[in-house]
Write a protein that binds this ligand. Structure first.
Ligand code: AMP
Length: 304
C-alpha cells in the first residue's frame, strides 16, 4: 500500500489508474481506524479496483470547544488495518496541504442540517460537506463509502451530491458494533470502564424501540418519550438529543413518513456518542401525536 501526503502525488497515481480503466473507490475517515472503517474498506475493495482511504482530522468540522486537539491518532496502525482490508492508497494530507490559505468557499446544505448534530454542532456539516467535496474533487472516485452510524452525514452528503451534480455513487454501509451492541467509534477510547458499561444504554434502548414498533406502536411522540425515558434511566448518561424523525427528510414525522430514524447523541463524562436506528413502518404509517394523546396512551399502556 502507498502512503501519499500530497494532492499532486495522489492525482498523478490516480490519473494512471484511470488511464488503465480501473474503478476507484474512496473511503473518507478521520483515522484511528477500527472494524467499522474496515467494513467500508472491504466493501469498497469488493466493488472497486483501487481503494483510497483518506485519513484527515478536518479542523473545519470541529467547533472551538470540541476534541480536535485530543482526537486519537495512530497512522501506523491505520496503515496496517487499511492494507489488511484491501486499500491500495492511504491519503494522509496535512491541514496545510488541504487548506493552504484562508478558506473563503464552503458548502452549506440546508434543511437536513436543521436538527440533530446540525443543531448541536453549529457549522459542523459545513465543514464536513466542504472537506468531502474537496476529497471528491481530488480523488474523482467512482464510488464513495460512508457508514450509517453517522446517519445525518449520509443524508447531507447525498443531498450535496445530488444538488451539485457530483458524478459519484454514494454507498451507505451498515453500523458495525461491539459484541455487546455498542457502536464502534474512534471516540470509544475516551470512555472510562464505567462509562463504557453505561454507554450500552444507547444500543439497548434503540433495540427496545425497534421491538415497540414491531409490536405495532406508530406514535412518533410516544416513541420519542419512551426512548428518552430509557436513556435517562442511566445515571451516567447526559442527553444532548433524542429524536424520532422522518428518515429521508430529517424532519418531524408526517403522514408521508414510511420510515423513521431514531437518532441519539449522549454524553458519558466528556465523551459524546451518537447512535441511531432506521425503522420502517411495515405498511402501517407513523404519525405525530400531541402530548395529551401520549399521556392517554401511556395510561392505557402501549397503543398498537
Ligand atoms: P470517522 O473516522 O469517524 O469520520 O468515520 C469515517 C467513516 O467511517 C464514516 O463514513 C463513518 O460513518 C464510518 N464509520 C464510523 N464508525 C462506524 C461503524 N461503527 N460502523 C460503520 N461505519 C462506521
Amino acid at each position: 500500500m502507498q502512503l501519499i501526503e500530497t494532492i499532486a502525488g495522489l492525482r498523478e497515481v490516480l490519473a494512471e489508474a484511470r488511464r488503465q480503466g480501473l474503478k476507484v473507490g474512496l473511503v473518507p475517515t478521520m483515522g484511528y481506524l477500527h472494524e467499522g472503517h474496515a467494513s467500508l474498506i472491504t466493501r469498497a475493495k469488493e466493488e472497486c479496483d483501487v481503494v483510497v482511504v483518506s485519513v484527515f482530522v478536518n479542523p473545519l468540522q470541529f467547533g472551538p470547544h470540541e476534541d480536535l486537539d485530543r482526537y486519537p491518532r495512530d497512522l501506523e496502525r491505520d496503515a496496517q488495518l487499511a492494507t489488511k482490508s484491501g486499500a491500495a492508497i492511504l491519503f494522509h494530507p496535512s491541514a496545510q496541504e488541504m487548506y493552504p490559505s484562508q478558506v473563503l468557499t464552503t458548502v452549506s446544505v440546508q434543511q437536513v442540517t436543521d436538527r440533530l448534530c446540525g443543531a448541536s454542532r453549529p457549522g459542523h456539516f459545513d465543514g464536513v460537506a466542504t472537506v468531502v467535496l474537496k476529497l471528491l474533487n481530488i480523488v474523482l472516485p467512482d464510488r464513495v463509502y460512508f457508514g450509517l452510524k453517522d446517519y445525518q452525514q449520509v443524508r447531507v452528503i447525498s443531498r450535496m451530491v445530488s444538488d451539485l451534480n457530483v458524478p459519484v455513487q454514494i454507498v451507505p454501509c451498515p453500523t458495525i458494533r461491539e459484541p455487546d451492541g455498542l457502536a464502534k467509534s474512534s471516540r470509544n477510547v475516551y470512555l472510562t470502564a464505567q462509562d463504557r458499561q453505561a454507554a450500552l444504554v444507547l444500543s439497548n434502548s434503540l433495540r427496545e424501540l425497534q421491538k415497540l414498533v414491531s409490536a405495532g406502536e406508530r406514535n412518533a411522540a410516544l416513541l420519542q418519550s419512551r426512548l428518552t425515558e430509557w436513556i435517562s434511566s442511566e445515571p451516567l448518561a447526559r442527553i444532548d438529543y433524542v429524536e424520532i424523525l422522518d428518515s429521508e427528510k430529517l424532519e418531524p414525522v408526517s403522514c408521508e413518513t414510511a420510515e423513521i430514524v431514531a437518532a441519539v447523541a449522549v454524553y458519558f463524562g466528556q465523551t459524546r456518542l451518537i447512535d441511531n436506528a432506521v425503522i420502517d413502518a411495515e405498511g402501517r404509517p407513523f404519525y405525530a401525536a400531541d402530548s395529551n394523546e401520549i399521556k392517554n396512551s401511556s395510561r392505557q399502556g402501549n397503543r398498537s
